[in-house]
Design a protein around this ligand. Structure first.
Ligand SMILES: [Fe+2]
Ligand SMILES: [Fe+2]
Length: 248
């Protein structure tokens, strides 16, 4: 039995655009002992659903029976979410929801979401102004889900498309940070302390890892990393506080 979870994570394949990068980097990954593959969104490009099966085939042909967990990116448009859920039902789609997986004798709780932005993009404010409320409320929703999952899992993970901090989007122009991530989620991470947080969306980031309190944050954007991200994680040692009576 193992007590370390071995994960593979990536986002921003954008269909054929970075398919070659994905294919080349998967070659160096040993399939044995892999517990889950986490997709951080923008797997397809501009809503083109035809490329989803192409990308997923790259994974399933190499990694048999490894659970695939995915969130939607901004290129998996809201209107195709149902199509993707229905036609790729072997993928565990998370949309402000949770899944708990087994990795040997360890449980991994994953909270997945598209994530939030501090500011709506020009297109969003013109076409979907209601997203401002969605993003604001989502911070509270994700906090609650993370608190719950932390209680029932050995390892808690936040998986989003948008960045939950500005620290792992450095390298992008500073003026677009509010359109790439949400600093309120950084407070949630600091306070709820999931083991790791994974996101994509920032293709041009040059800093792709950071630590917020107890949590390591990974930007797994394929173009930023030039390949997939391999993560090994063991459950944190939980300190048991003994009161004076228990010590006697
Ligand atoms: Fe992207
Ligand atoms: Fe994106």
């Amino acid at each position: 039995m193992t007590s370390t979870a071995r994960l593979l994570a990536f986002g921003d394949v954008h269909g054929v655009q970075y398919l070659g990068v994905l294919r080349a980097s998967l070659k160096s990954i040993q399939p044995e002992g892999l517990h889950a593959i986490l997709l951080a969104g923008d797997i397809i490009d501009r809503g083109d659903v035809s490329s989803m099966s192409m990308v997923l085939r790259e994974i399933t042909s190499r990694f048999k029976d490894v659970p695939i967990v995915s969130v939607f990116g901004n290129d998996e448009y809201h209107e195709i979410e149902d199509y993707l859920i229905k036609n790729f039902s072997y993928v565990i789609w998370l949309n402000d929801s949770v899944t708990v997986l087994k990795a040997g004798d360890v449980t991994i709780g994953i909270v997945g979401s598209r994530g939030s932005l501090d500011k709506l993009t020009y297109w969003q404010s013109k076409n979907m102004p209601q997203l401002e409320t969605v993003y604001r409320r989502r911070v509270g929703v994700l906090r609650k889900l993370l608190e719950e999952v932390s209680k029932v899992s050995d390892i808690a993970i936040l998986l989003t498309h948008y960045a939950p901090t500005y620290q792992t989007i450095k390298g992008e122009p500073e003026k677009i940070y509010p359109y790439m991530g949400c600093r309120h989620l950084e407070e949630v991470i600091r306070e709820v302390k999931p083991d790791i947080a994974i996101h994509a969306h920032a293709h041009n980031a040059t800093v792709t890892e950071a630590v917020i309190g107890f949590t390591r944050v990974y930007n797994v954007s394929l173009p930023a990393r030039k390949g997939v991200t391999h993560i090994s994680i063991a459950p944190r040692v939980k300190l048991v506080r003994m009161d004076a009576g228990a010590q006697r």
